[in-house]
Design a protein around this ligand. Sequence first.
Ligand SMILES: Nc1nc2c(c(=O)[nH]1)N[C@H]1C(S)=C(S)[C@@H](COP(=O)(O)OP(=O)(O)OC[C@H]3O[C@@H](n4cnc5c(=O)[nH]c(N)nc54)[C@H](O)[C@@H]3O)O[C@H]1N2
Ligand SMILES: Nc1nc2c(c(=O)[nH]1)N[C@H]1C(S)=C(S)[C@@H](COP(=O)(O)OP(=O)(O)OC[C@H]3O[C@@H](n4cnc5c(=O)[nH]c(N)nc54)[C@H](O)[C@@H]3O)O[C@H]1N2
Ligand code: SF4
Ligand SMILES: [Mo]
Length: 682
Amino acid sequence: MNQPIDDTQVLGACPHDCPDTCSLLTTVKDGVATRVQGNPAHPLTGGVLCAKVSKYPERTYHPDRLLHPMKRVGPKGSGQFVRVGWDEALSDIAQRLSAIAARAPEAVLPYSYAGTMGLVQGDGMAARFFHRLGASRLDQTICSSAGTAGLVHTLGGKVGMKVQFFAEARLIVIWGSNSIGSNLHFWRIAQEAKRQGARLVCIDPRRSETAEKCHEHIALRPGTDAALALALMQQLIVHDWLDHDYIEHHTLGWAELRERALQWPPERAAEVCGVPVEQITRLAHDYAHTRPAAIRLNYGVQRVRGGANAVRAIACLPALTGAWRQRGGGILLSSSGQFPVQRQTLQRPDLLGERRPRLINMSTIGDALNQPASAAFGPALEAVVVYNSNPVAVAPDSARVVAGFARDDLFTVVLEHFQTDTADYADYLLPATTQLEHWDIHLAYGHTDVLLNRPAIAPLGEALPNSEIFRRLAQRMGYSDPCFAEEDETLCRQAFGDRIDYDQLLSQGFASLPLADAPFAEGGFPTPSGRCEFLSPALVAQGLDGLPDHLPNHELPDPAGPWPLAMISPPARNFLNSTFVNVTSLRNIETEPVLEIHPDDAGPRQIHSGDVVRVFNARGNYHCKAEVSERARPGVVNGLGIWWRKFGLNGTNVNELTSQALTDLGRGPTFYDCAVQVSRLG
Ligand SMILES: Nc1nc2c(c(=O)[nH]1)N[C@H]1C(S)=C(S)[C@@H](COP(=O)(O)OP(=O)(O)OC[C@H]3O[C@@H](n4cnc5c(=O)[nH]c(N)nc54)[C@H](O)[C@@H]3O)O[C@H]1N2
Ligand SMILES: Nc1nc2c(c(=O)[nH]1)N[C@H]1C(S)=C(S)[C@@H](COP(=O)(O)OP(=O)(O)OC[C@H]3O[C@@H](n4cnc5c(=O)[nH]c(N)nc54)[C@H](O)[C@@H]3O)O[C@H]1N2
Ligand code: SF4
Ligand SMILES: [Mo]
């Protein structure tokens, strides 16, 4: 049960963009954090952290931590700064932003993502500030918006199985997820199921750490998941492995879906996916005959043109077989829609008044920064305030992003822990606190507990929480609404209002949402119809195909053309997006930027493991080390991790090659829909 916390241990929450949102226990001696470990009292954390966050003290006390406000002195991108005081920095920034806001508030853009997933240091006080200013709003699409659109139009929201009940499943399909690398605490649950006799199937173009530990690996071509799902449906239909009662009472559009799926015999899907027919028929058989059957879907499937449709197709499966009837059955992509976050209170969109600023898509920031003023676009961007994100490294089509941030007439403020690739382009670089130094409150997307983060140590140097930086800026800009004076702990309390027991959060660090064990055992989906929508009336109303379909990638590799290989760029296990790349002990494990290439593709190119290769397409060049390996499937190369460009072999990273093309729904990026060529470099 609730174990006592001695006075040198502080309860916190892992802030990173990871489904696990672990409960942290930080040991503090003489004001110094000496150890960060998993809280054993939090069942889903189970006292275990990943290798990355176990290194939190190393990251926090890193000699390169930004400890003072800095002002640029060299050319943009050169990374040359001088130390300035907070007063000088904030006054100048407030003056610059006020001048722009007086003319064209939409010329100011906040750029943020999930460097911290905390509701306070994320878009809490910052959102209030930009709402008051009337800045352009950021369309936060870079990670999950295609999958979100797919879920919303099928299940009604980011809802699904409770993660702990995967332990009861007898078949677990791990679909587009390298769980060992990026969802470790789910993998622990899957191992528990495996010990009870569950069969594990992994669907992933890459033979990942997870794929090699499952009973079966289906190594399909990137962007072909909808074809596979439709063929599974076809098998369920022709063999009548269906739960007719569930379909009749809890789904919408069955006749239409049936017709669509019948167009996908396994032979057709096998051709599209590049996998044996038997793998498809066997999975269909097992999925229909094993109870409970659970699917752990992850965002890896939706970074391609047809990403939302793929999620739609896969999310239909549990309703066809009635897998939802058991708590160990169903599907989970994200649980975040189940949290009753009081966003209006936290973010205060009412501060916009009558104004409705335009949305700027963060996934096409390269284009947006380079866009001149026009009637359609509105004013050109004149100022960008970046926090919790590293767009120069993580956004697609880096050359365009760099060109945008290099604009001399763009005023850029970056709030950071370190001098990242993006920080190099800042006019002002402001030191932010880490999770060990501030208050915050967290939801999760891989479980359904709320976590509270208490500061364990005092801020290092002159670092301030994001919230405080925006509070002080608001004051300097003359924003007098009382919400700008609220303390972080007040925001923590506001985040869920009376929907969560705050005292319990204070005493044990986490509190579980009161949710049903088997949420859709008897239907009741949060869709407009209350049913699982095979056919989405909302999509039909927009003039779109209401049924899920397979949409081929934007960039299909052409073996006879200039770009014969497909490239995917999934996370490196020891980095979190571009975070931790500068932590030496973790970078030493990843060693260098790597491209995995199958022997069949390496052979004709005379590429051997350890060779430096040039990966290229019309957008750019990326140099890295080749690893000739069957982790890559023939025709697909894997460029791992989001390295900082400045740690790269030629000053670029994998996003030099990715495009700004968007997904079918949700306006998401298509990182894994990218055709390239590879050649040996000396
Ligand atoms: N260690 C670590 N953990 C992380 C992250 C990290 O960078 N490092 N990133 C975090 C973030 S931001 C997120 S959004 C989450 C989830 O992030 P995800 O992007 O879902 O990451 P993964 O779980 O690695 O799953 C991606 C897997 O999908 C595979 N894949 C690529 N294309 C396709 C495809 O077309 N179809 C299928 N079926 N599979 C495909 C890749 O090979 C990879 O193994 O993970 C989080 N956790
Ligand atoms: N090629 C390719 N590109 C990808 C992906 C991929 O799989 N392949 N994945 C995509 C995905 S899923 C995502 S989510 C995005 C992630 O993109 P980002 O959200 O930009 O993630 P990070 O690269 O981790 O950068 C987060 C930054 O926030 C900073 N930070 C952390 N906490 C705080 C804080 O409290 N205050 C301030 N001011 N800063 C803080 C960290 O130091 C770090 O530099 O990348 C995307 N890019
Ligand atoms: S990154 Fe994920 S696995 Fe690692 S400590 Fe944070 S929440 Fe847990
Ligand atoms: Mo993400």
